[in-house]
Design a protein around this ligand. Structure first.
Ligand SMILES: [Zn+2]
Length: 402
């Protein structure tokens, strides 16, 4: 991808909340107070700076150099340096977006509109920001993994989760978005061009790698899938100790399709109502009602799926249905549908998708929603660093934090 080539040195930018612009300009004249303010901010968040590997981080910070952002009517930006390892941190005040020339307020409106499903083109009409600039703005937030951002909010890695792939299109090609969801939190949103086990494994492995980096002893206890072969095989490869379950609601939805050549009212009247013995009774019942062929078909289907259903029932902590994952997929789908014109084979699809996922996790729900005013992270018990979602997004996706 485009940005990997130009990112030769470590990104140690940090966004700091100076509360208001006037405070920032005042602090520019007083180096000691400036550094104290930055340290107080870091302390309040409980974040640590990303020093060089050899550095314990115990050294002092000094003001190192500064430059002027010409395009933002000349805002002075300071860099701080660690006296021990010489790592240099660029301090962006809260009212400046990294590499962007526009004020966060314009970005905020355009991002909310995008998040709500408005097309990039229409956002451009409403907010005086070109579709391409908006696309790049979204991508800029997508460089950090969902795992990094969610754990920075204090959420623990998911022991039980839902995994499934969203089918989408990049121009005329079919593409797949491997997804991991736990409650209202999107932990992984990948991008593959094939639906093979190898492709899915590679994508889900990115999640696993990021998780193990956070917590080397991380283990998954249970995973719910819809039973698609490539999904279950990739999960079995990556998380061999985890219990694999099948979504019970999917089973109920699929049952009528297994019963062919009978009228649809009869099909709809048949329901999976229990497991084990009841399954066998049910297959007998189908045989009587809908014929031997249908009875056999249903019996075979039960055999294949039974293990997955039992897995769900055997562990009370296992998620039972994949409804929350479907909701996440629908939300992402609305955005992708709205930006069809921006799919191109050489685009930064992965960065774009990841940024959409960050928005999904961090933008608060609207005031009539069940969790009005809270974002997904908060609903799951996580803590966000400020009172402002765009500022969270800026702070949490900063490269300079460990
Ligand atoms: Zn250091």
């Amino acid at each position: 991808m485009r940005h990997t080539a130009c990112q030769t040195r470590e990104n140690r930018t940090i966004t700091v909340d100076f509360r208001n612009e006037a405070t920032y300009y005042q602090l520019l004249g007083d180096g000691k107070a400036f550094i104290e303010c930055v340290l107080a901010f870091l302390f309040a968040l409980g974040f640590q700076l990303k020093h060089k590997a050899t550095c314990g981080g115990g050294g002092c910070l000094t003001r190192h150099s500064h430059y002027v952002r010409v395009r933002l009517s000349g805002v002075t930006i300071w860099r701080l340096q660690c006296t021990t390892c010489r790592a240099v941190f660029t301090v962006l005040p809260h009212f400046v977006l990294r590499y962007r020339q526009r004020h966060p307020e314009v970005a905020r409106d355009a991002l909310v509109a995008t998040h709500g499903g408005l097309s990039l083109e229409l956002c451009a009409v409403l907010y005086h920001i070109s579709p391409m600039a908006l696309y790049r703005l979204v991508c800029a937030f997508g460089h950090h993994s969902l795992v990094t951002v969610l754990t920075r909010c204090g959420l623990s890695l998911p022991t039980y989760f839902l995994a499934d792939e969203k089918h989408s299109r990049c121009l005329t090609d079919k593409v797949y978005l491997p997804t991991i969801v736990q409650g209202r939190g999107l932990w992984h949103l990948g991008y593959t061009k094939e639906a093979s086990t190898a492709a899915f494994t590679q994508s889900y492995q990115e999640f696993q790698r990021a998780a193990l980096q956070q917590e080397p002893t991380y283990q998954v206890r249970g995973i719910l899938t819809d039973g698609f072969d490539s999904t279950t095989s990739s999960m079995r490869t990556l998380f061999p100790g985890a219990r694999l379950g099948n979504c019970l609601r999917h089973a109920l939805n699929k049952l009528p399709k297994k019963l062919v050549a009978i009228t649809s009212p009869v099909r709809k009247s048949l329901r999976v109502f229990a497991l084990g013995q009841r399954l066998r009774h049910f297959a007998d019942h189908v045989t009587q009602k809908a014929g031997v062929a249908n009875g056999e078909r249903v019996r075979r289907w039960f055999q294949e799926k039974k293990a997955g259903w039992y897995a769900v029932l055997a562990d009370p902590q296992m998620p039972v249905t994949s409804t929350l994952l479907d909701q996440a997929h629908n939300a992402i789908e609305r955005k992708l549908f709205a930006m069809k014109g921006f799919h191109h084979p050489k685009g930064s699809q992965q960065a774009f998708l990841r940024a959409l996922a960050h928005l999904y996790n961090l933008v608060p729900y609207q005031r009539r929603a069940q969790h009005a005013g809270q974002c997904g992270v908060e609903v799951e018990g996580g803590k966000v660093p400020t009172r402002d979602w765009l500022l969270h997004l800026q702070i949490l996706t900063s490269g300079g934090f460990r």
